[in-house]
Design a protein around this ligand. Structure first.
Ligand SMILES: [Mg+2]
Length: 325
């Protein structure tokens, strides 16, 4: 039996058309009751109303930012978030095994009835789903204007990246409850394995283990970006430190401060700038978010299929063991 699920949607979002979701929805109109929304706040409020009215599943169409808005209304309720990933990166949907823009898989996921509780962490009361970045990565996101993106396409990131890499970066301090302090020029926090698209940064991260994973990179200017790239190419494939410049750790809460203006991003969107003397508190919410996940995890990309092959799994386990000694 198929249930009709309320689907929160911003009817004016360009991603609806770019991703092909609009046409797909027209062909699958029986599966959803479309709930149009006017703004991010409206989307959160409507998600909360639907959850309180007893809807078992509240779906949202969009990228990670839109999903977070829906999640904010659903955290701590019994309603599960259904995901139609039509953004450009769709990192959270990939993490859950739904993949990017695979709407048939997304629909099957919503209807299959498999649900999962996901940890939610906040940066000074602002929740994020997948990852948070402090330092040059956030600065790049802040500086890329829609105009630059339109004219240069993906090259906008490279162009802005080089510009940011040549600037001076503040030293960031991350202090854990046990008093241990890590310092670096770029900090990335992950509640899942992925950092952007299919790029893995935290090999061991899980969204349901109650812990946040952190990579603290200590590098002078330019090489920070290469360090991040290096970690991702290795798919963060180690429990130990990835290189002499990167320290990995896990925790449930921490405080972040810096000796200069520090930009930060949440789920790939610029979120704010921390001033010297101020502190950001990273905490785990006591409530979780319930989400719809696929019955069986289906590897989406050729790289994922390769990495999921039993022989490759065994080979990676052997390397990990060797690194333990
Ligand atoms: Mg975790």
């Amino acid at each position: 039996m198929h249930i009709t699920v309320p689907l929160l949607i911003n009817p004016k979002a360009g991603s609806l058309f770019r991703s092909g979701l609009k046409g797909w929805l027209d062909a699958n109109r029986d599966a959803f009751t479309i709930v149009p929304t006017k703004s991010a706040e409206d989307l959160t409020a409507k998600a909360r109303e639907l959850a309180e009215a007893g809807e078992p599943v509240v779906a949202a169409a969009g990228g990670d930012g839109t999903l977070m808005c829906a999640a904010q209304g659903l955290i701590g309720t019994k309603a599960a978030l259904g995901i139609l990933p039509c953004g450009s990166m769709n990192v959270f949907a990939r993490e859950l095994g739904i993949g990017s823009r695979r709407f048939d898989v997304a629909l099957d996921t919503i209807q299959s009835g498999t649900r999962q509780e996901v940890d939610i962490f906040t940066v000074t009361d602002r929740p994020f789903l997948q990852m948070a970045g402090f330092g040059p990565d956030a600065r790049i996101i802040k500086l890329i204007t829609p105009r630059l993106k339109k004219h240069l396409g993906p090259a906008a990131h490279i162009f802005t990246g080089l510009h940011v890499a040549m600037q001076n970066h503040p030293i960031i301090s991350m202090t854990l409850p046990n008093g241990k302090t890590y310092t670096g020029t770029q900090i990335i926090l992950g509640n899942g394995k992925r950092y952007g698209g299919e790029a893995h940064l935290f090999a061991e991260a899980r969204y349901d283990d109650g812990l946040l994973n952190a990579a603290v990179i200590h590098q002078e200017s330019m090489p920070i970006l290469f360090e991040i790239l290096g970690c991702m190419l290795q798919r963060g494939a180690t429990r130990r430190n990835t290189s002499e410049f990167t320290r990995l750790c896990t925790f449930t809460e921490c405080e972040i401060s810096a000796d200069g203006k520090l930009d930060y991003q949440l789920d790939g969107d610029y979120a704010g700038t921390l001033m010297p003397g101020e502190t950001l508190s990273i905490r785990k919410l006591p409530q979780t978010l319930r989400v719809c996940i696929p019955r069986n995890y289906v590897p989406a990309t050729p790289m994922e299929k390769f990495m999921a092959h039993p022989m490759v799994e065994a080979w990676r386990a052997t390397i990990r063991q060797a690194q333990e000694f």
